[in-house]
Design a protein around this ligand. Structure first.
Ligand SMILES: [Zn+2]
Length: 420
C-alpha cells in the first residue's frame, strides 16, 4: 500500500543517473511518458507506467492530468536573508551609474548591510519566510542561503541563525553559506586584511554552532583580490567548510581558476571567466553556477559563456541570485527563460541546470534533483504539457503543486499550504 500515487503523468523527468551531468550529457533528458509514481514514507517507492497503477493501492491519488512532472527545483545561489529593499537604485541604473560606483557611494551591498544590522532576528525571519514561501510556490524545494549583509560577527550570526531556523521550520530545505567576505564594511575600508582575519576567526563559532556548511567570498575589483580570496578559502577549508566563490562576475580576475585550484564545490557568476579558466573548470569537479538574472538586471548585455562551458564539458547549474540589489526575483522559472535566450542553453540543458546539477552545487546530489526509487519524494506537478513549455512561456508561474518528502506543501489557489 502506497501513501500516495501520482497517476496520469504525461511527461515525467526522472533525471535518473549518477553524479553531476557534464557537457554533452546535458543534451539528453532522462524522461518517461504515460508514467506514474508511488510514494511511501516520504520517499519514492515505485516508478512505472500509468497502465500498471490499476494493480497498486494507495491512500491518496493525485492526478497529474497528463501534464509535466519533475523533481523539485534547487536554487543553489541566493541571498535569502536581508532587511530593506533598494528600489531607489533603479533610477541610478537608468542613468548608467555602474554598480561599483553605487557601492563606492555607500549604496549597493552597504545600504542593505545598514538595514540588516538594524533589523531584529524576528523581522529578518518573517521577511525571509515570505521570500521562501514564494520560491516554494515556483517549484523550489531546496535553496542555498548566504549571509553577508552583516559584515560583523553579531549580524552575520543573526542572519545564519535565521537561515537555520527556516531550515527547521519551513518545508524548503535551506543550505547555509557564510559569506562574511561579501564586501569591505565602511569601518574597515582601509584595512581589509584585518577584516578578513576577523571573519576567519569567527568561523570557529559558526562551525561550533553548525550555522553554515559552506564559506564564500566576493572576489572582484574593489572588493577582494584573488590573493585575499585564496587565503580566506584555504583557511575556511582548514576549518572544515566546503567552499564557493563569487568569481569573475564583473571583471576577469582569475576567480574561475582559483575556484578550481582550491577545489570549490561551485564557482558562481563567471561572466568574465577567461577561456583558460573555462577549460580548467570543464576538467574539474567544480560546478559552474550561472546567474543570468543578475546579468539581465544589471542591463549591460553581457552574459556568462554557457555555450563554451558546456561544449568543453563543464557541469552547469542555474540560480536566481535572489538579492535586493542585482537580482530581486524569487522566480527560477524566469531564470530558465533567460538561460534559453541569453545563455543559449537548450531546454534539456536548462532542466539539468535547475535540478541535478543545482543539487550538486550545494552538496545535495545524493538526495535532491532526481526522482529515483529510495530518494526523498520532492516533486513538482506542472500546469504545462511538456518540459520545453516552461522556459518558453515566460514570466508566469507554471507550478500546480509541490510535494516535499511526499507531502503536498504548496498548491495553486490554496494560499497557506506551505506553512501548514
Ligand atoms: Zn551572490
Amino acid at each position: 500500500m502506497m501513501d500516495t500515487l501520482i497517476v496520469n503523468i504525461g511527461q515525467l523527468l526522472t533525471m535518473e543517473g549518477d553524479g553531476p551531468v557534464k557537457g554533452e550529457q546535458m543534451k539528453t533528458l532522462p524522461l518517461m511518458e504515460q508514467a506514474a509514481i508511488g510514494i511511501k514514507d516520504g520517499r519514492v517507492a515505485w516508478i512505472g507506467s500509468n497502465a500498471e497503477t490499476k494493480t497498486i493501492s494507495a491512500k491518496h491519488i493525485i492526478d497529474a492530468e497528463g501534464k509535466l512532472v519533475t523533481p523539485g527545483l534547487v536554487d543553489p545561489h541566493t541571498h535569502l536573508v536581508f532587511a530593506g529593499s533598494r528600489e531607489h537604485e533603479l533610477p541610478l541604473k537608468q542613468q548608467g551609474v555602474p554598480y561599483l560606483e553605487i557601492l563606492k557611494r555607500g549604496g549597493g551591498i552597504l545600504s542593505t548591510v545598514r538595514a540588516t544590522r538594524a533589523a531584529s532576528e524576528e523581522e529578518l525571519y518573517e521577511k525571509a519566510r515570505v521570500h521562501l514561501d514564494r520560491m516554494l510556490s515556483y517549484g523550489v524545494t531546496a535553496v542555498e542561503a548566504k549571509s553577508g549583509y552583516g559584515l560583523d560577527e553579531e549580524t552575520e550570526w543573526k542572519q545564519l541563525r535565521v537561515a537555520k531556523r527556516l531550515h527547521q521550520t519551513h518545508p524548503v530545505e535551506v543550505v547555509s553559506t557564510f559569506l562574511g567576505a561579501h564586501a569591505i564594511p565602511t569601518e574597515h575600508q582601509n584595512h581589509p586584511d584585518d577584516f578578513l582575519q576577523q571573519m576567519v576567526d569567527f568561523m570557529d563559532v559558526i562551525k561550533q554552532e553548525q550555522l553554515a556548511e559552506f564559506a564564500d567570498i566576493f572576489c572582484e575589483t574593489g572588493v577582494f583580490t584573488v590573493e585575499q580570496s585564496r587565503l580566506f578559502l584555504q583557511k575556511a577549508k582548514e576549518k572544515g567548510f566546503a567552499v564557493k566563490i563569487h568569481a569573475d562576475e564583473i571583471d576577469s580576475l582569475g576567480g574561475t581558476e582559483l575556484a578550481v585550484e582550491v577545489g570549490a564545490v561551485s564557482a558562481d557568476h563567471l561572466v568574465g571567466a577567461s577561456s583558460a579558466g573555462i577549460y580548467q573548470l570543464a576538467h574539474s569537479n567544480t560546478i559552474a553556477v550561472l546567474l543570468p538574472g543578475t546579468s539581465f538586471y544589471l542591463g549591460k548585455g553581457k552574459y556568462a559563456n554557457a555555450r563554451q562551458m558546456i561544449d568543453e564539458g563543464a557541469a552547469v547549474a542555474l540560480a536566481t541570485d535572489f538579492n535586493p540589489g542585482s537580482s530581486p526575483t524569487e522566480n527560477l522559472q524566469f531564470i530558465m527563460t533567460l538561460a534559453a535566450l541569453y545563455l543559449r542553453m537548450t531546454s534539456e540543458e536548462i532542466w539539468h541546470a535547475v535540478t541535478v546539477n543545482a543539487a550538486y552545487a550545494v552538496n545535495r546530489g545524493q538526495d535532491a534533483g532526481r526522482i529515483m526509487i529510495g530518494r526523498k519524494a520532492d516533486i513538482v506537478l506542472w500546469d504545462a504539457p511538456n518540459y520545453m513549455y516552461v522556459p518558453y512561456h515566460y514570466g508566469i508561474n507554471h507550478v500546480r503543486m509541490v510535494l516535499k518528502e511526499g507531502k503536498v506543501v504548496s498548491e495553486r489557489g490554496k494560499g497557506d499550504v506551505s506553512v501548514s
